[in-house]
Design a binder for this molecule. Structure first.
Ligand SMILES: [Zn+2]
Ligand SMILES: [Zn+2]
Length: 395
């Protein structure tokens, strides 16, 4: 079984999954498809640690370390607007992040590796994870279920639209941010819009809160430390002549550094408290911590560099640009050394340029083959240490 021989099958799986997307924590059909497909390869120990996740273990012929590789399998609540012939058949749900591709390219790697058991040292553990897109995320659940027990190293990839097909981005250290969310309510006293002096205008005060929150990043955070505070939703008021009693603001905070991450909500709260007090209003402040930042381990990143080089040649390898996006892959990294990387899937000429979570999101499907090859190469290299050569040289 070679990578070449599974290439078209992997594309077929991706298209099937794309047609049947399921939301986070509801991936029943997807998980069944994955488990049945894995079972058809033979030689894998398949378990279902949670109702919609699947784990397969491939035990090599010789002893060695345990390498886990993770693919996320969930879709998003988006109505697809693509016109290709494998659009979503599940109304209002779409694989708009590329997780259909992650699933299929790792199935491809499992199929190839299942046929190379004799050449594998240690264990390869394929983790098909549910619910990456919805806090608290599936990764945390799988860690609690023991999926990382005994694992020496974990790797995972994202098909990546900011990067062209033909590039693979790898990086040691900070790669993706911690995505936290907040909700602020500003409560004043409603009344007639023509008699503002008898009200406490929650809209005008909320507007001050929004502009002043910009000072958190602009004036209170080291300019060399990445941070984002975005207000993304304002809700208040019903009509022209009524000043509403309350306005709700919601948004997101992104950071890499845990100290800064802890400090930002305090800075925000101080501003909200000061502005509302100054104008005679009150407030509530809710802050939900999301995933931890993705921070790549040096040794795991080195394995990835060697795997990419072996699978596709050193010319495709680039240093990944960190992003303020979040990923629950970080939950595994709390438990074992791991590295997350980006596989370029953009194609300007073919108009495959829409960002992740867009209603016309698509990928250059050639990137799936890259993913399969890198995962296979990583598994083959894992057991042979740093020597760089070993069995399965066609990887
Ligand atoms: Zn996503
Ligand atoms: Zn994603």
């Amino acid at each position: 079984m070679t990578e070449d021989s599974v290439r078209e099958t992997v594309i077929g799986w991706r298209r099937y999954l794309h047609q049947h997307p399921e939301l986070s924590f509801h991936e029943e059909r997807t998980a069944r498809f994955i488990a049945e497909t894995l079972a058809s390869f033979g030689g894998l120990e398949i378990t279902r640690p949670t109702p919609t996740s699947v784990v397969a273990r491939l035990k090599g012929a010789r002893p060695g370390p345990v390498l886990a590789m993770r693919a996320d399998i969930d879709a998003l609540p988006i109505e697809e607007r693509n016109s290709h012939d494998f659009v979503s058949t599940n109304p209002g749900v779409m694989h708009a992040c590329g997780h259909d591709g992650h699933t299929s390219m790792m199935l491809g790697a499992a199929k190839v590796l299942a046929g190379r058991k004799d050449d594998i040292a240690g264990e390869v553990r394929f983790v098909f994870q549910h619910a990456e897109e919805l806090n608290p995320g599936g990764a945390e659940e799988l860690v609690k279920a023991g999926v990382m027990d005994g694992v020496d190293m974990v790797i995972g990839a994202h098909l990546w639209l900011p990067m062209p097909y033909g590039q693979v981005g790898v990086r040691s250290g900070a790669l993706m941010a911690a995505p936290d969310n907040f909700v602020i309510t500003v409560s004043g006293a409603g009344g007639h819009a023509a008699i503002p002096h008898e009200t406490v205008d929650s809209i005008a005060i909320a507007a001050q809160v929004i502009t002043n929150l910009q000072h958190v990043v602009a004036r209170n955070v080291d300019p060399l430390a990445p941070a984002v505070v975005s207000v993304t939703r304002i809700a208040g008021g019903t009509t022209y002549n009524v000043i509403p009693g309350q306005v709700e603001l919601a948004g997101t905070v992104r950071t890499f550094d845990e100290t800064l991450r802890a400090k930002i909500p305090e800075l925000m709260k101080r501003i909200v408290a000061g502005i509302t007090a100054a104008h005679g209003a009150t407030f509530t402040f809710e802050y939900d911590r999301g995933y931890r930042p993705v921070h790549n381990d040096e040794r795991a990143t080195d394995l990835l560099r060697r795997a990419v080089t072996r699978a596709l040649g050193s010319e495709v390898l680039v240093e990944a640009t960190p992003t303020m996006g979040g990923e629950d892959f970080s939950a595994y990294q709390q438990k074992v050394p791991g590295s997350f990387f980006f596989i370029g899937a953009r194609n300007e000429e073919r108009g495959i340029t829409n960002p992740h979570h867009h209603e016309c999101f698509d990928i250059d499907e050639r990137a799936l083959d890259s993913g399969t090859r890198i995962f296979v190469a990583a598994a083959m290299l894992q057991g042979v240490g740093d020597q760089g050569s070993g069995p399965g040289g066609e990887g």
